[in-house]
Design a protein around this ligand. Structure first.
Ligand SMILES: *Cc1c(COP(=O)(O)O)cnc(C)c1O
Length: 489
């Protein structure tokens, strides 16, 4: 029997190899002392290119040694307190233990006959999440690979419902009607809304952008206006996407008021809580999601604010029947005659990982409140960071955070917008190259800004202060250089 296969006969080998893998990661991580070395594509491309994939190494130790150089040494470590760039979280250990089961047992959750236990566990977690949202027992959903897929599936269901409910001439094909469908989302909504519209064949003008208020929340009055205008123009409002936690600003659209507007117009409301979903378990801030229970569908990314390893997300619909818009039957897999619906009937995927087990282990060992406390800790941290920025004459911050992001820039008194634009991207690059911290950049009103995303409960206000000191220090250096070259010109 070839000893590379996972089976009972090779179990000593399995135990040995897995232990070596865990030991290598543990040994390496204990030497890590910053989020990133600063080594990028130019430094690493040659290392990866030079490896001869047709000459295997003899054993796992050699492979682990090799991967240290081409990957681990210069990996970006999301668990490091000064990693403050994107929505990547440090992960909880129970979920990592679950990963061993997920990939070793390797269940696929498409049908009951491939895993009854796994399917039941996933369904319990969907019910649990639905209950946290405030849905009743009619709700249903499925785990997905991420918020992008969850949003796509929610909008696919919305499209199906709009087509059935619409005034479309039954002789008119979906493709023809689709050109009249419109999706309404705030200007700060995630680009997966636009992508989904494209995948769904809705045409280039399908997403109508709704303005936001000074805290970057969708303006419900403007939404109402836009829906009216669309209706008058003979278009079909297919869905409104409210964002509970925008990727840049962490702002939460006014869910209750948006739900009122949707109810008045009879439009599907999807809440993209990919980021804000962690508030479902917050003990102090659950109220920030008030109104989410009125949504027709919700996206939650467990791999963001539930501290789960990638991938782990879910799409939940208030009325489970809606999921039939993704149902197709194959005689060999999920025949129409199946006694109970299979998960594949509700998913865009067929073969699908048992990602739900990670959340299960998390809830069974730590409990939901512990996750909620992490969420509250990072939001508290963002509030501290905001106060530091507000009191700093060299820094300018866009808005008060609701969740845990801060969009800001280095702009001492008297510095013009163009000079600020010239300096801020350089601050970000210099910080990354230094290996001390990783921060993000974005644009606001066409101008270059910097961004901190706080998703690590281990980051302290002292870390934030240190990073802001770096920003200021490097900012002044770059400004001096800029003025020197301007002087020369
Ligand atoms: C991250 C994010 C997404 C996309 O989720 P993925 O898991 O990266 O596919 C969608 N919407 C919002 C608001 C997000 O922050």
């Amino acid at each position: 029997m070839p000893h590379h296969l996972f089976n009972a006969g090779n179990i000593d080998h399995y135990r040995d190899q897995m232990t070596r893998g865990v030991t290598a990661v543990a040994d390496h991580v204990s030497t890590v002392s910053g989020p990133w070395t600063g080594a990028g594509v130019a430094d690493l491309a040659g290392l990866v290119e030079d490896i001869d994939l047709d000459r295997p190494l003899d054993d796992i130790d050699a492979a682990l040694d090799e991967i240290r150089t081409v990957y681990l040494d210069d990996a970006v470590w999301f668990h490091e307190p000064r990693y403050l760039a994107h929505l990547n979280c440090p992960v909880v250990i129970p979920a990592l233990v679950a990963e061993v089961l997920v990939s070793s047992v390797n269940s696929s959750l498409d049908t009951w006959d491939q895993s009854a236990g796994g399917t039941l566990i996933e369904r319990r977690l969907i019910d649990w999440t639905a209950a946290r949202i405030g849905y009743d027992r009619g709700a249903d959903g499925v785990f997905t690979s991420g918020g992008t897929q969850s949003n796509l599936q929610a909008l696919l269901v919305a499209r199906g419902q709009a087509y059935l409910a619409g005034d479309a001439d039954p002789a008119e094909s979906l493709a023809l009607t689709a050109s009249r469908f419109r999706i309404f989302a705030s200007r700060d909504s995630h680009f997966s809304v636009q992508k989904s519209a494209n995948v769904l064949g809705l045409g280039p003008d399908a997403v109508v952008t709704i303005p936001t208020d000074e805290r970057r929340r969708m303006d419900p009055w403007a939404l109402d206006q836009a829906l009216r205008e669309a209706e008058v123009a003979g278009l079909i409002p297919m869905a409104v996407v409210a964002t509970a936690g925008t990727t840049d600003f962490g702002s939460i659209d006014p869910l209750d008021r948006v739900a009122d507007v949707c109810a008045e117009h009879g439009v599907w409301l999807h809440v993209d809580a990919a980021y804000g979903g962690g508030l479902l378990v917050s003990t102090r801030r659950r109220h920030l999601l008030a109104g989410i229970e009125r949504a027709d569908s919700v996206t939650v990314d467990f791999h963001k604010t539930f501290f789960q390893p990638v991938s782990s997300s879910a799409v939940i619909v208030r009325r489970g029947e809606g999921l039939r818009h993704v149902t197709y039957h194959a005689d060999y897999l999920n025949p129409r005659s199946s006694v109970q619906p299979n998960q594949v009937d509700k998913s865009l995927q067929t073969t699908r990982r048992f990602d739900a087990l990670k959340l299960w282990f998390t809830l069974r060992t730590m409990g939901a409140d512990a996750i909620g406390d992490y969420v509250d800790a990072v939001i508290d941290l963002a509030a501290d960071g905001h106060a530091m920025m507000r009191d700093d004459p060299d820094l300018e911050v866009v808005t008060v955070p609701t969740l845990s992001t801060l969009v800001f820039r280095f702009r001492p008194a008297g510095l013009g917008e163009d000079d600020a634009d010239a300096v801020n991207p350089g601050i970000r690059r210099t910080i990354a190259g230094s290996g001390n911290a990783v921060i993000a950049g974005t644009k606001v009103g066409g101008r270059a800004w910097l961004k901190l995303t706080m998703l690590n409960p281990g980051t302290t206000p002292g870390d934030i202060r240190a990073v802001l000191d770096l920003v200021r220090g490097i900012g002044h250096e770059l400004l001096d250089e800029l003025h020197a070259t301007e002087g020369v010109r």
